[in-house]
Design a protein. Structure first.
Length: 108
């Protein structure tokens, strides 16, 4: 399984429209990636390692795919459109990491 992490780093001047992100951007992501996207989750950072500290990331989205080929098929066709939508909900530049999932106890 392939996991794509899209991380929005904390910044004091950050803007992030969660309503737009959850209701428009993630709907666009889901529609465009279709069946190649197995599932996704969205997390809102609330703290760092210490209580009441700022989180390293204000938002973290995780996308799951069966394979690199499935990821490439969806993102190859729609990646530019999805990236072009980012300024509609944030002034941050996301950091993206593609990983191979070695262990996932949620499915156990």
């Amino acid at each position: 399984m392939i996991k794509v992490s899209v991380l929005y780093p904390y910044a004091a001047n950050a803007t992030f429209d969660y309503d737009y992100y959850l209701n428009k951007h993630m709907t666009l992501v889901s529609d465009r990636l279709g069946a190649s996207l197995l599932s996704y989750s969205v997390d809102k950072g609330v703290a760092g390692g210490e209580p009441d500290s700022t989180p390293p990331y204000i938002t973290h989205c995780t996308l799951y795919f069966d394979s690199l080929e499935a990821l490439s098929a969806g993102m190859g066709s729609h990646g530019q459109e999805l990236s072009a939508d980012v300024p509609n909900f944030t002034n941050l530049t996301p950091i993206t990491q593609v990983s191979e999932v070695l262990v996932d106890t949620r499915s156990a």
